[in-house]
Design a binder for this molecule. Structure first.
Ligand SMILES: *Cc1c(COP(=O)(O)O)cnc(C)c1O
Length: 475
């Protein structure tokens, strides 16, 4: 029998196994395949019937590490450019281990003043980093999707109150549909949040002036005017996932102001543009929004899961999420704040520690340097694409996303989507460098996102080399 009580002295040795695996694993990241499909068979070693008799602490940890360090997708390394996936800075990684070591129940002040106060501290630091007013409320979430849920639940509370309904207590029945307007840059996660909140994923209307999805503000204004003073929600996007494009946030703030609408901003990774004078203009106006969401596990380079929601009127947060009715605690700076009354979770881990660790370790300067290195990397990659006779850059490089496709001379337009889709599959199967395909202006394209702190020039150069090597082999 392996009752954990009898194994209490094994924790040291088990953690030591992790530490001893960590050094060589991290050191191997620059040289190994991003994903080695041949190692996937090792996952069978985890796929056992539920053990009736445990095998003990060390055997379990040893097995998990042996399989994990080989079969994982090595997205912590410098050449995973698929989706928008950050790495973990050394301080953030160690801060995250500290989270597990201390195992704080971070929902209630009483269960951990340390977790609650550290959350307040990092939210203050993040507001400072992004240029948001300190008076905004905030909460850490598992992701930007959950931060949308948090923000849009507050928007929904505000909107229903305008209709005389306490939606937290009474629900949506009897209310009209909540009008939600955005540009074609809107991310699917915003629709997902609306779907979760009962506001309907297809209820979101987009207003675009071109096939890249850029905002048509005149059409948006017309639609708002047609509502005749009924409250509505506008969603502005900083940094879209295809081309790193952004909505004109200050203009949208003007629109929201003129029509009394709620302005929500999705800055999942793009909000970090605020850190560099080269890109800060893209975030101008976010300080006028009613709610703002971003991710920690992307451009901040904190391990999964990490997101944040900020809300202009902090008193809406307990109205949307407090389950206990009357006694709302609206002072978000004072002692005693229970974070599980102002966000969607009840029990939750302390997501503040890795954020605190990385911001303390590298400061505003270090994170700005990382952001600017990624901007330079994207420009470098964009330049390589432009120079290559068989690659075609499809959008100007604005943020650390480069949108392009493979276009060898002589291949007709009608065959390019299929060719790029198959090249995308070949790239992932090759494994040296990862980037995915997407659809941009009706075309199948590559749109690598360069937000890992470890990435440097040779990593993006390899992407171009591998694509141009594999391209001619696609039949
Ligand atoms: C990644 C992303 C999201 C969703 O973030 P998750 O952390 O995956 O929930 C939303 N919007 C944009 C622009 C994103 O890039």
């Amino acid at each position: 029998m392996s009752d954990p009580l009898f194994e209490r002295d094994t924790a040291d040795a088990a953690l030591d196994l992790v530490v001893r695996a960590a050094g060589p694993y991290l050191a191997s990241l620059p040289d190994r395949l991003v994903h080695d499909g041949e190692q996937d068979a090792l996952i069978d070693e985890l796929d056992l019937p539920l053990p009736e008799r445990g095998d003990g602490t060390l055997a379990g940890v040893e097995r998990l590490l042996r399989v994990g360090t080989r079969a994982s997708t090595h997205s912590a390394g410098p050449r995973f450019f698929h989706f928008v996936v950050g790495g973990a800075t050394p301080a953030a990684l160690a801060g995250d281990w500290t989270t597990s070591l201390l195992d704080q129940a971070a929902g209630l002040w009483t269960s951990s003043p340390l977790a609650a106060r550290t959350e307040t501290i990092v939210l203050r630091w993040l507001k400072d980093l992004f240029g948001l007013p300190e008076s905004f409320g905030g909460v850490l979430t598992p992701s930007a999707t959950f931060a949308h849920v948090t923000s849009l639940a507050c928007a929904r509370t505000w909107w229903a109150e305008r209709h005389g309904v306490d939606v937290a207590a009474q629900g949506l029945a009897g209310l009209p549909q909540m009008p939600v307007l955005s540009s074609g840059l809107v991310h699917v996660s915003t629709r997902k949040a609306l779907q979760i909140l009962g506001c309907g994923r297809d209820n979101l209307r987009t207003f675009s002036r071109d096939d890249a999805g850029r905002a048509d503000l005149d059409a948006m204004e017309e639609a708002l005017a047609a509502l005749d003073g009924a409250p509505a929600v506008l969603v502005g996007n900083v940094g879209d996932v295809n081309a790193g494009d952004s909505d004109p946030i200050a203009d949208m703030a003007d629109l929201a102001e003129r029509h009394g609408a709620w302005l929500h901003i999705d800055g999942a990774f793009g909000l970090f543009a605020a850190l560099s004078p080269r890109t800060a203009h893209m975030t101008r106006g976010v300080e006028r929004a009613d709610s703002v969401t971003a991710d920690g596990h992307k451009w901040l380079n904190v391990p999964y899961e990490s997101g944040f929601a900020f809300v202009r009127d902090p008193s809406l947060m307990p109205r949307a999420f407090g389950a206990w009715g009357a006694d709302y605690l609206t002072d978000q700076t004072g002692e005693g704040l229970d974070y599980n009354t102002i966000g969607p979770e009840s029990s939750r881990r302390s997501r503040a520690f890795p954020i605190w660790a990385t911001l303390y370790a590298y400061g505003r300067d270090g994170h700005r340097a990382m952001v600017e290195r990624h901007l330079d990397l994207a420009l470098h990659l964009g330049g390589l694409v432009e120079k290559a006779p068989d690659l075609e850059l499809l959008a100007p490089v604005q943020l650390p996303i480069v949108c392009f496709r493979y276009r060898p001379p002589g291949v007709p337009e009608s065959e390019l989507d299929d060719l790029n889709a198959r090249l995308g599959e070949a790239l992932l199967a090759d494994g040296r460098v990862y980037a995915g395909t997407s659809t941009y202006r009706g075309m199948t394209v590559f749109r690598p996102a360069l937000v890992n702190w470890r990435s440097t020039d040779p990593d993006v150069e390899l992407l171009v080399e591998v694509l141009r090597e594999l391209g001619p082999t696609i039949k």
